[in-house]
Design a protein around this ligand. Structure first.
Ligand code: GRF
Length: 207
């Protein structure tokens, strides 16, 4: 399965995918990495593993559509079959989503539908979790559709919030779960064990 990974930051999720592919844990490979940030460390990780990588900047295009077309062109040129948003901080329009209908997944650092949607990204999620005082948070891998952070959920895993947790310590705990969950979701998709039934996702175990 050829993966196209979109990144904006550190790339620890990208690294988890690269490692799992190289260890042959999943029958997939990262065909291309695209970042919207020139200095995203994720790009260094791609370079280190000889993965084609591009910086595509919204400001270099006259419209969101042209910006998305540029990314779609690169993904298609690399024969990407599954697009993975791994810490990607740009909203994608229905044009992009239509080009890869039900073939885009995202990792979000909370138990959707809690603490998600516009404004809830990166550390802001964990700050809101601590602020609210919930006892359980977690990570979610979901399909990307037109609604932000609201596509059909593939996998979720809880992370218990300790009363001494800070957003930083919580982020660390959630991050470890994200890495595991994202790799597991890609593995299931590479084995065609994921079926979308309306809003719900059925995982076909065994087989
Ligand atoms: C993380 O907060 C992750 O939860 C979210 O994007 C952020 C950056 O992840 N999806 P990464 O280290 O760049 O993969």
């Amino acid at each position: 399965l050829c993966l196209g990974v979109l990144v904006s930051g550190q790339g620890t999720n990208l690294q988890a995918i690269i490692d799992a592919c190289e260890r042959k844990e999943i029958n997939a490979y990262v065909g291309v990495v695209i970042s919207n940030k020139p200095n995203a460390y994720a790009l260094q990780r791609a370079k280190k593993h000889g993965i084609p990588n591009y910086v595509i900047l919204r400001k270099d295009y006259p419209s969101q559509l042209e910006y998305e077309k540029a990314m779609v062109e690169i993904l298609k040129a690399h024969e990407v079959e599954l697009v993975v948003l791994a810490g990607f901080m740009k909203i994608l329009s229905s044009y992009f989503i239509e080009c890869f209908r039900n073939r885009i997944i995202n990792i979000h650092p909370s138990l959707i539908p809690a603490f998600c949607g516009k404004g809830f990204y990166g550390m802001k999620v964990h700050e809101a979790v601590i602020e609210y005082g919930v006892k359980v948070t977690g990570a979610t891998v979901h399909f990307v559709d037109e609604n932000v952070d609201a596509g059909p959920i593939i996998l979720q895993e809880p992370v218990f919030v300790d009363q001494n947790d800070t957003p930083e310590t919580l982020a660390q705990k959630v991050h470890e779960v994200e890495h595991k969950l994202l790799v597991k979701a890609i593995k299931l998709l590479s084995e065609n064990k994921v079926e979308i039934v309306g809003r719900r996702v059925i995982i076909k175990e065994g087989e």
